[in-house]
Design a protein around this ligand. Structure first.
Ligand SMILES: Nc1ncnc2c1ncn2[C@@H]1O[C@H](COP(=O)(O)OP(=O)(O)OP(=O)(O)O)[C@@H](O)[C@H]1O
Ligand SMILES: [Mg+2]
Length: 279
């Protein structure tokens, strides 16, 4: 798989107003073409980690960063977000932070235009994302008139038009309905397959996370305390609960059975649960 797409080494981060470090000696490698999902209780530092990888702290959001962060071989902490345009795309937790133009069409064209791409390439990227996420009916709408979930979908679409090499998604599905979530997953999987897109996403929805993640990293108080394939992470029942992460519903059922000394393997995904319960 070659060198990792994202390397984080012994990272300490605090905001200008913070008293203590928010990230405390965090290290992480993410391989090219991998989808890593960050989980952990509110305030453990998931968004902060994504902001640093995107080159936003300390360049846009004042703060202090110590340690090493590189993306596709670029030293993020030295270069800052502006030098990462076209390499790293971030979708914020709150889509209001992102949607700024007067029409959805303009919103989708903005990123490729800012990258200086030729007009026909801009048009073709807007068409591509509108097809992929079923957005044609919104193209002439004012983004401010959209619902929360619709805004979130547009925010994701506008970053996808960048076709970044590393995509950072902060709670991408928190406001999306089932159809929106599936469409986002489809297009992200396609980019991963065809272009080796690397994805790091913070996500609370565990059932979604286990279906899509290659690996899951559990964060607690500014550090990664568990990392591995979904199956490995969610087999460690006691540890997960200690760190405040809820396991998938199908795993929880099996944990309860195991406490009654019924020894069956722990499933994490629906299709594995079907196999386990068929016996
Ligand atoms: N701009 C900021 N200025 C100061 N402190 C901040 C800022 N943003 C976040 N923090 C603090 O940093 C810590 C980590 O916050 P962060 O947003 O990274 O958590 P999170 O894991 O993303 O939580 P959630 O699941 O609720 O989104 C929290 O204690 C938070 O209060
Ligand atoms: Mg967050």
């Amino acid at each position: 798989m070659g060198s990792p797409a994202v390397v984080v080494k012994d990272l300490y981060v605090k905001y200008a107003v913070s008293v203590e470090w928010i990230l405390k000696g965090l290290s992480l490698n993410v391989n090219r073409g991998e989808m890593l999902i960050l989980m952990g209780p509110s305030g453990c530092g998931k968004s902060t980690l994504l902001y640093v990888i995107a080159g936003l702290i300390p360049w846009v959001v004042p703060g202090e960063v110590d340690g090493e962060v590189s993306v596709e071989g670029l030293n993020v902490t030295d270069l800052g977000y502006s030098k990462l345009a076209g390499v790293v795309g971030i979708v914020y937790q709150n889509p209001e932070m992102q949607v700024i133009t007067r029409s959805v069409k303009e919103e989708l064209a903005m990123v490729p235009e800012n990258l200086g791409l030729p007009k026909d390439e801009v048009v073709s990227r807007v068409e591509w994302v509108a097809d992929a996420l079923d957005l044609h009916r919104y193209l002439d709408r004012d983004p401010q008139s959209l619902s929360g979930g619709e805004k979130q979908l547009i925010a994701i679409a506008s970053v996808l038009t960048m076709k970044p090499r590393v995509l950072l998604l902060d709670e991408p599905t928190s406001m999306l309905d089932h159809k929106g979530t599936s469409l986002v997953l489809e297009v992200v999987s396609q980019l991963k397959r065809e272009h080796g897109l690397t994805i790091i996403a913070a996500e609370h929805r565990v059932e979604w996370a286990v279906e899509v993640a290659d690996r899951i990293a559990v964060m607690h108080e500014g550090r990664i305390v568990l990392i591995g394939e979904p199956q490995d992470v969610f087999s460690r029942v006691d540890e997960i609960e200690k760190y405040g992460v809820r396991p998938p519903g199908v795993s929880e059922v099996v944990y309860c059975l195991r406490r009654k000394s019924i020894e069956i393997p722990v499933p994490v995904r629906l299709k594995e649960a079907v196999e386990v319960f068929r016996l």
